[in-house]
Design a binder for this molecule. Structure first.
Ligand SMILES: Cc1cc2nc3c(=O)[nH]c(=O)nc-3n(C[C@H](O)[C@H](O)[C@H](O)COP(=O)(O)O)c2cc1C
Length: 200
């Protein structure tokens, strides 16, 4: 299927088919796909927590507002988190990069803007992996829901204390054919090309 057709088919699934199960092989493939996610200067300031444990998933679902039912209905929830400690990030992730990327980009263009701006840039990298990941899911026949509607503080308390802060989560499974938000029932709502694309 062409990428355009996949883009039309992918949607933020609201209702999942609980009888259709994601396989261990698919989960392993998704782990490798997300590991290969791109980031600015290959900075990789992230952790992706694959939650399949039903007890933990239920606890997280209870802290996910309107997303609770979707999380309970899928077998896989992935929590996307960002590294908290900039010093550690620089030691582990930045120091191994080519000199030119550090002194020519990271130090003058990111770090020099201060801690708040650097953390924001790090979070951007994690968000970038979300778009990539959603496309990957539909390319292997899986439906997904990106979820910012989570209680980040509660998630942080439930997940292992490992120096990463949860930003958002993604539920992965198979859509229920009766999902009213499916693109075949509710066509995608987007601005027209001439409103969002400029050709010069
Ligand atoms: C960063 C981000 C956070 C989102 N958070 C939620 C969420 O918490 N719950 C939900 O049902 N949908 C969520 N969505 C889905 C969007 O509402 C959806 O992508 C948008 O309306 C476009 O619809 P489509 O993805 O079905 O084409 C989120 C999407 C993104 C990109």
């Amino acid at each position: 299927m062409s990428f355009l057709d996949l883009a039309k088919r992918r949607y933020a699934t609201k209702k999942y088919d609980i009888t259709k199960k994601i396989t261990t092989e698919q989960i392993e493939e998704l782990k490798e796909i997300i590991r290969l996610s791109p980031s600015s200067i290959n900075s990789q300031p992230w952790k992706f927590t694959f939650v399949t444990n039903q007890t933990v998933k239920k606890e997280l679902a209870a802290q996910s507002y309107m997303n609770e039912a979707s999380i309970n209905d899928v077998d896989l929830l992935i929590v996307f988190s960002v590294m908290e400690n900039i010093e550690h990030f620089e030691e582990r992730n930045i120091s191994i990069l080519p000199e030119a990327w550090r002194t020519g980009f990271y130090e003058p263009m990111i770090k020099s803007n201060g801690e708040v701006a650097t953390k924001s840039w790090m979070e951007h990298q994690v968000y970038l992996s979300l778009g990539y990941f959603l496309s990957a899911c539909i390319s292997i026949g899986l439906d997904a829901t990106p979820m910012e509607g989570i209680n980040r503080e509660a998630y942080k308390k439930i997940l292992p204390k490992d120096g990463y802060t949860p930003l958002f989560a993604v539920a992965v499974g198979y859509a229920d054919i009766n999902d009213w938000t499916h693109p075949t029932v509710s066509p995608k709502s987007r601005f027209e090309q001439d409103e969002v694309i400029q050709s010069i």
